[in-house]
Design a protein around this ligand. Structure first.
Ligand SMILES: Nc1ncnc2c1ncn2[C@@H]1O[C@H](COP(=O)(O)OP(=O)(O)OP(=O)(O)O)[C@@H](O)[C@H]1O
Length: 394
């Protein structure tokens, strides 16, 4: 089961949503519908799932419907049609009590303008959501302290919001959301009001925090770099519709249409694409105890002059080159052990291409991609690397 399931979501602002929806179904455009009915179509149709534990980014230009989608998830905005299920429960059918429960316990929001209460101290701001949950004073104090510590604001408990910098105020907003123990965080342009440097810092901190908290985060931004950096998956919205949904790599490598292509055109792919996205599985590998004749056969079959060598546990132990293999044959050797090259360039699947370039610059051998336990995942050749940097499909 997905954490959040959105199906056929629509939102029409204005007095005659039924008529607007009827016209939408006839294929009329947002503009035509506005002229004919005076209604604004904010979401034409959106269906997507958010998985537990992911950072799901909704991105798009101003007016594309991002905030409306986010607010339909907890019904701060009432959808005109469609359904939203959270943990299998239909939020769109929840009664008032059910809805309050969803807002207080399941989902916490972090806003662009921090949404802090100006006359309450930092800690009292963080406690606010807990008071709403009806928590006892002592318990809410201890939870609020923990959350402040988590976002690096220990020692600032008694300050007022205006005594803090923008970045720190947003940390208070984040702490308030985290303190509620809500499994889902809804973040609406949460870092957009911050200076670029602080903004990047907050992005790093969010990623670091998330690796420890494992919340489900729906994050809205109009900034593509931010989306690519934070998003496990990204939805790109255009005119109230989903233009594309995919991982950053999928979106960069195969934009769904000209709109998305224009969006991603200027992105520095070497910072976003990783070894995982461009590696290919080795067509064949040999084991150290295999004979040179088998290695030569495999090289012929796969049209290469080098072969990776793995042990029984599929861990990479080295590589053999054709010239060394032939030497072993000439010397009548029965295993490859005497010709293993073991100091191979290796990399983790999460290495961005920018760093792979540095590795490739120091070697003629293809780069081996290995997991943390050294199991062999794939190969990145120079040709593949160059093609990917140039934006070609290798
Ligand atoms: N309360 C409202 N009443 C009428 N129209 C609205 C209302 N809120 C939003 N809209 C319209 O709905 C459309 C989608 O707005 P929405 O705020 O969801 O977009 P957005 O992508 O979040 O934009 P931004 O990044 O500027 O916040 C826009 O055309 C907007 O003008």
């Amino acid at each position: 089961m997905e954490k959040i399931e959105v199906r056929g979501l629509r939102k029409i602002y204005g007095g005659n949503p039924e008529r607007a929806i009827a016209l939408l179904e006839k294929g009329q455009s947002k503009q035509q519908i506005l002229e004919e009915t005076g209604c604004t179509v904010a979401i034409q149709e959106a269906s997507f799932d958010v998985k537990a534990g992911e950072i799901f980014v909704i991105m798009g230009l101003s007016g594309s419907g991002k905030s409306t989608v986010l607010r339909c998830l907890n019904r701060l905005i009432e959808p005109s049609a469609g359904s939203v299920h959270v943990d299998g429960v239909d939020v769109t059918r929840a009664d008032r009590a059910g809805l309050l429960d969803v807002r207080r316990r399941k989902m916490a929001m972090v806003f662009q303008n921090f949404g802090l209460l100006p006359h309450r101290s930092v800690i009292r701001n963080v406690e606010y959501g807990l008071e709403m949950q009806g928590l006892e004073r002592r318990e809410s104090r201890s939870k609020a302290m923990q959350a402040l510590e988590l976002v690096g604001l220990k020692g600032y408990e008694e300050k007022l919001p205006h005594e803090l910098s923008g970045g720190m105020q947003q940390r208070v907003g984040l702490a308030r959301a985290i303190a509620t123990d809500a499994e889902i965080l809804l973040m609406d342009e949460a870092f957009s009001a911050l200076d670029p440097l602080i903004r990047r810092q907050m992005q790093d901190e969010l990623l670091e925090l998330q690796s420890r908290m494992n919340k489900t985060i729906v994050f809205i931004t109009h900034d593509l770099d931010e989306a690519l950096k934070l998003g496990g998956r990204i939805v790109i919205m255009k005119d109230g519709r989903i233009a594309q949904l995919g991982t950053p790599e999928e979106i960069l490598r195969s934009p769904a249409d000209d709109y998305v292509r224009a969006f991603v055109e200027h992105v520095d792919r070497t910072k976003v694409l990783t070894a995982r996205a461009i590696m290919r599985r080795p067509e064949s590998v040999v084991h150290p105890k295999d004979g040179p004749a088998l290695a030569v056969k495999r090289m012929r079959e796969s049209g290469t002059s080098t072969l990776f060598v793995t042990n029984q546990a599929r861990k990479l132990v080295g590589l053999v080159r054709i010239e060394d293999t032939l030497r072993l044959m000439a010397e009548n050797k029965h295993s490859l052990e005497g010709a293993l090259v073991t100091d191979l360039p290796t990399t983790s699947p999460d290495t961005p291409l920018a760093k792979l370039v540095a590795v490739a610059a120091t070697t003629q051998i293809p780069i081996a991609v290995v997991a943390e336990d050294q199991s062999f995942l794939g190969i990145v050749s120079r040709a593949t690397l160059l093609a990917s940097i140039a934006g070609e499909q290798p």
